[in-house]
Design a protein around this ligand. Structure first.
Ligand code: ZN
Length: 83
């Protein structure tokens, strides 16, 4: 029983990896109507996760633009700045 769960988990991970790879290939051919450079990976300063620029949450703080993986991280960052 545990083996089935393990195999299903691996298949699921594989599925996501393949889907991500396919999406990347497609994005290279046709940039999905997003801005050029949208596929550029940028790092979230809060959780240190890399996110595509086009999908990131942007916040202008003190004249500088920061990119986050989620609104929660943007909020956390602002709280951190506020002290
Ligand atoms: Zn984050």
């Amino acid at each position: 029983m545990y083996r089935i769960i393990l195999i299903l988990g691996l298949l699921g991970a594989l599925y996501f990896l393949i889907r991500r790879a396919l999406r990347k290939l497609k994005g290279r051919e046709k940039p999905d109507g997003i801005l050029p450079g949208a596929n550029q990976m940028i790092q979230d300063p809060v959780c240190l996760v890399f996110v595509p620029k086009g999908a990131a949450i942007t916040e202008d703080i003190g004249g500088q633009t920061y990119y986050f993986c989620s609104k929660a991280c943007a909020h956390k960052f602002q709280q951190k700045l506020a002290g």
